[in-house]
Design a binder for this molecule. Structure first.
Ligand code: AMP
Length: 395
């Protein structure tokens, strides 16, 4: 267990907090502020407990240059609005300069300041010690609350912890609690649903989960590589040709581990990758040569639903069809609805499945939606995340 801000006396201390304010922007306007609102519990706790709060984040990919297209100014303005309180924002191209140091020094208990985009510094993504030290010198305590970048060893996510006592904020605490418990001590039956485009991206997750789950459901584009490995023809469906052998190996591993591996038994296919294309349902062994499978079919929905209904813990990562197109979203909607109705602990592993659940208005029916796509995948792969490993352990 990692220490959190509750384990520290933050009163009167300067606390530097790594947040994930990497929000989508259109013409300089924030189009979705969920990442900012998600960070508020930690920020409010620090304010209420008399800390002097210094926030930092990256935004986009300025590639180590002070490109004002990626300034955190809009984020600073939104934080002001949400907290209903003035905050200090100094748009320093070097992130930390004399003005910033003086402002940090002058902070009073309950004050909040935001640094400029940490990726304006090229040392940031290389975890350069000089930049880590500059950040650390501003404060007395480091708090990591950016789960979305916890799989990266950068100056602001991990390096700074070499020079300051480091603990987690509430967001990371929640992620570790839900993802960690699900993987290490799940209530059983434990079912994982994996979807998405390619097997290649998810091999390590599948391998790790095969050691933990009772049932593994595979849908989405990656199912076709498994069909191929089983000797079926898949028409023009997406194929990860380099990984057919690996899919065969995973099928074998599942059998050896006594894990029930469920693949779709029918598919909704089209003649082209187009929402307006003619569609038809085929059993998986009858996909014609010039059709591509773009969603699971009704029999598969029922098969998957029955397995999910039995579960006490479910992890879902990746849509089971091309849900962005309305004609191929039914499978993903069905999975989301079953999870929403389930009494099981339901965990959505970030990225596209999180977007799907939001889009269908079912987000508040899930136990936990991970805020980090890449980070949650690496967590489920069983990897150590540098932004979490660097935090102090509870005694
Ligand atoms: P990933 O980022 O690997 O989770 O993949 C998500 C993407 O997989 C989404 O954009 C889906 O449209 C896509 N996808 C799901 N099922 C299929 C399919 N049958 N064929 C092609 N792409 C798919």
């Amino acid at each position: 267990m990692k220490k959190t801000i509750r384990d520290m006396d933050v009163s009167g201390k300067k606390v530097i907090v790594r947040c994930d304010f990497n929000v989508p922007l259109k013409d300089g306007v924030i189009t979705d502020d969920i990442r900012i609102t998600s960070a508020l519990p930690t920020i409010r706790y620090l304010i209420e407990n008399g800390a002097k709060v210094i926030l930092m984040s990256h935004l986009g990919r300025p590639e180590g240059e002070a490109n004002m297209k990626y300034t955190l100014k809009p984020v600073a303005e939104r934080i002001c609005e949400l907290l209903n309180k003035e905050i200090i924002f100094i748009s320093a191209p070097e992130v930390v300069n004399d003005q910033v140091k003086k402002a940090a020094e002058a902070l009073q208990a309950g004050d909040v300041m935001l640094l400029e985009n940490v990726r304006f510094r090229k040392e940031e993504t290389k975890n350069g010690a000089e930049f880590s030290k500059e950040l650390a010198k501003l404060a007395d305590i480091f708090v990591n609350d950016a789960f979305g970048t916890a799989h990266r060893a950068h100056s602001s996510t991990a390096g700074v912890a070499d020079y300051l006592p480091a603990v987690s904020g509430f967001l990371i605490e929640k992620e570790v609690q839900f993802l960690g418990n699900a993987v290490e001590s799940p209530e059983r039956p434990f079912v994982a649903i994996m979807g998405g485009a390619k097997v290649g991206d998810k091999i390590l997750v599948i391998e790790n989960l095969l050691k933990k789950v009772d049932t593994l459901i595979i849908g989405g584009g990656m199912a076709y590589t498994f069909f191929k490995a089983q000797g079926y023809e898949i028409g023009t469906s997406i194929l990860d040709a380099g990984n057919i052998g690996l899919a065969a190996e995973l099928l074998k591993k599942a059998e050896e581990a006594g894990v029930q591996l469920l693949l779709p038994i029918d598919v909704k296919a089209a003649k082209a990758f187009d929402n307006e294309a003619e569609t038809a349902i085929f059993d998986k062994d009858k996909i014609p040569a010039d059709w591509m499978g773009l969603d699971i079919g009704p029999k598969s929905m029922e098969l998957f639903a029955n397995a999910i209904k039995e579960a006490k813990t479910v992890i879902w990562n990746g849509p089971v069809g091309v849900f962005e197109m309305s004609n191929f979203a039914a499978g993903t909607i069905a999975v989301a609805k079953i999870l929403a109705e389930s009494d099981a602990v339901t965990i959505i592993g970030g990225g596209d499945s999180a977007a799907a659940v939001e889009q269908f208005g079912l987000a508040d029916k899930m136990t936990h939606i991970s805020t980090g796509g890449g980070a949650s995948l690496e967590f489920l792969e069983g990897k150590v995340l540098p932004g979490i490993a660097c935090l102090q352990d509870k005694n």
